[in-house]
Design a protein. Structure first.
Length: 341
């Protein structure tokens, strides 16, 4: 089967002057998803321009309506001592004219995400400086905050007294982990990871990526880097509601406090068998009123693991409710077994 190239899609758009995503898919006999992948790449490269929004969007060669606006990139190195995150964002926003170049929803999310992540670098990294990079292209707005300090996972690991940086990653994902309780609630990374289209955190040998478009989280081992690198991106025309994200995890029944979290069970623990592994997973979760355990891609769990989570923990923490999603029949049966005995 012939693989359609990006250049063929560009030639088709040039030939027809103005097309939509369905035109591309129908002409080449490919899915809308495949067509949109090529279109997105051509937009990012500045070879085509977009007119209209969502289903009414049409695409033209860049040179038919004046050249496409090239990607705008701002990169600066800042000393962290005395740096104010809101002032830094205001200066960058003005340079990129962000308020007029992205949707109001995207602007609110970018402002929240950037100030939270830069504040983390200022307060926690113990780095003298950081590099900030903002990029605005035809499709999305993204930023990177790169410091050269102790590393986010190492910081959590040493200050809370965990076994290793993988344990620290697990704690960070739960949403209330902070090494400076008098100044932080520990919610910044948690909410920011759910606010954009994509976000990644890389520190030392660990990299985690949150893909909210695909609904996936990926953890991988990478080559060692000093400090922490945060990447965040969101569609320029995003309609994602930041307040709705806050409400989902701070529901009215909990007086809008951050009392709910969702934890992917298989991200940092491979063998889900023993009580000690269950205790690692549960560490810090007593702070929440509602815990959703996501068993996606988990095939089986041990009796000790299940007993600690679904019988012992609820007995010791009667104010916390544990719910499960994506569990298979084997896991559901094991949970019933320990709860009913």
């Amino acid at each position: 089967m012939h693989m359609i190239s990006r250049e063929e899609v560009l030639d088709f758009i040039k030939m027809n002057k103005s097309v939509n995503g369905q035109d591309v898919a129908g002409h080449f006999g490919i899915s809308r998803q495949a067509a949109n992948k090529h279109i997105k790449a051509l937009l990012i490269e500045g070879k085509i321009i977009k007119e209209g929004v969502t289903r009414g969007a049409r695409y033209k060669p860049a040179d038919t309506a004046g050249r496409a606006v090239p990607s705008q990139v701002i990169q600066r190195k800042y000393a962290l001592s005395g740096l104010e995150e809101h002032e830094t964002f205001s200066r960058i926003s003005t340079m990129l004219n962000l308020e007029n170049n992205v949707s109001s929803a995207a602007y609110a999310i970018i402002r929240h995400a950037f100030t939270e992540m830069l504040n983390n670098a200022i307060d926690h990294s113990m780095s003298e400086s950081c590099i900030i990079r903002f990029k605005l292209d035809q499709y999305e707005c993204s930023f990177t905050v790169r410091d050269f300090g102790i590393g986010i996972f190492h910081s959590i690991c040493t200050k809370i007294g965990l076994k290793d940086e993988h344990d620290a990653l697990g704690q960070l994902l739960k949403g209330k982990t902070t090494t400076m309780e008098e100044r932080h609630s520990g919610e910044g990374v948690f909410f920011t990871s759910k606010a954009g289209d994509r976000m990644s955190i890389r520190s030392h040998r660990i990299r985690i990526e949150f893909d909210n478009v695909q609904g996936d989280v990926i953890v991988e081992e990478k080559r060692f880097i000093k400090g922490t690198e945060i990447f965040f991106s969101i569609s320029r025309r995003s309609r994602r509601d930041l307040s709705a994200i806050f409400r989902e995890y701070s529901p009215e029944m909990f007086d809008f406090r951050f009392e709910k979290t969702r934890v992917r069970v298989n991200l940092t623990i491979n063998e889900l068998v023993s009580r000690s592994e269950a205790k690692r997973l549960l560490f810090g979760l007593h702070k929440f009123r509602e815990i959703i355990l996501d068993f996606r891609k988990v095939k089986t769990i041990g009796q000790g693991f299940a007993d600690e989570i679904f019988r012992v923990f609820p007995r010791e923490n009667p104010g916390t409710v544990i719910k499960t999603v994506n569990e298979n029949q084997v896991i559901a049966q094991m949970i019933r077994h320990v709860v009913d005995k």
